[in-house]
Design a protein around this ligand. Structure first.
Ligand code: C2E
Ligand code: CA
Ligand code: CA
Ligand code: CA
Length: 276
């Protein structure tokens, strides 16, 4: 009678072992890729949908490995977090993106704001993180006003006091703080009121749920209203269709990001985009 259960355990063990060896392989390749600077920074435009002008970019990593092929960030970022490789990876990303934005901004009338994603793990030593951010911005000559930190709601709940102190310092320094994937976590209105944040980014899933008839819009509406009453900015991510844009504009959400405007672009393609 135990046979079936036994078999299941074996299958399950094999799955775990496969998962483990996949991760070990990703870890080994990732370590090399970071050393050799093989992970590219892509840039996705953030738009003011009223003026149809770009206001900034979000840095998103792209890794095409010789052995593993294309590995999406959703796969390698968790490995980087578990292994601590997130620290060197983040530092390379920061230096490259900050330097790049500074260069682009030299030729622009209205400077672009650079948004970088920060992982929860990075807030474990929050004092070091804050001083590193300041150091890199200074070295790359990027004004804090043109830098933005994106963190998810869950990051706020892990090591929350440390994290909140760090965010407070970054905000005092002039950096903007955005809550990414907003609506997927558990933030209450009362809790949000106390946080040092500037902006809520409505999660893509809610934007994709918007129907042409507007029946699935309650959460989007609620987030827009919540942002308004807290005097926070609001950005919609994952805008792919014209009707989504129209809906958001009608509801006074003016800042958007998504394939309707542009996919994340390589440095060269971003340059073309800015010069067109
Ligand atoms: P995220 O921060 O929520 O980034 C938005 C994701 O949505 C990106 O996926 C982007 O390419 C995708 N996206 C943007 N517009 C659209 C759209 O209109 N439709 C659809 N279907 N997708 C859209 P990506 O680049 O695969 O990144 C996935 C996640 O990996 C990011 O989610 C972020 O959490 C993480 N990530 C990427 N780069 C970094 C990084 O440098 N550091 C950290 N810590 N995390 C990163
Ligand atoms: Ca993000
Ligand atoms: Ca997001
Ligand atoms: Ca996400």
């Amino acid at each position: 009678a135990k046979k079936q259960g036994g078999n299941r355990v074996v299958v399950f063990d094999e799955l775990i072992n496969k998962d483990k060896s996949d991760r070990l392989r990703i870890e080994a390749r990732l370590r090399k890729a970071i050393q050799k600077k093989e992970i590219a920074v892509y840039y996705q435009p953030k738009m003011n949908a009223i003026t149809n002008k770009i206001t900034g970019v979000e840095a998103l990593l792209r890794w095409n490995d010789q052995e593993l092929g294309f590995v999406p960030p959703d796969q390698f970022i968790p490995v980087a977090e578990e292994t601590g490789l997130i620290h060197p990876l983040w530092e390379c990303t920061m230096r490259e993106a900050c330097t790049q934005i500074r260069k682009w901004n030299e030729k622009r009338e209205d400077p672009l704001c650079l948004a970088v994603n920060f992982s929860a793990r990075q807030f474990q030593d929050s004092e070091l993180l804050v001083s590193k951010v300041k150091e890199i911005l200074t070295e790359c000559w990027l004004t804090p006003e043109y830098f933005e930190v994106e963190i998810t709601e869950s990051t706020l709940f892990i090591q929350s006091e440390e994290t909140i102190m760090a965010l407070k310092h970054l905000k005092e320094y002039g950096i903007s703080i955005s809550i990414d994937d907003f609506g997927t976590g558990y933030s209450s209105l009362n809790y949000l009121k106390t946080l040092p944040i500037n902006c809520l980014k409505i999660d893509r899933s809610f934007i994709q749920d918007l129907q042409t008839d507007g029946s699935n819009s309650e959460i989007t509406d609620a987030i827009i209203n919540m942002a308004r009453s807290l005097k926070l900015q609001v950005v919609a991510e994952g805008v792919e269709e014209e009707y989504q844009k129209e809906y958001l504009l009608k509801n006074e959400c003016w800042h958007m990001q998504g394939y309707l405007f542009s996919k994340p672009l390589s440095k060269n393609d971003m340059e073309k985009y800015l010069n067109q």
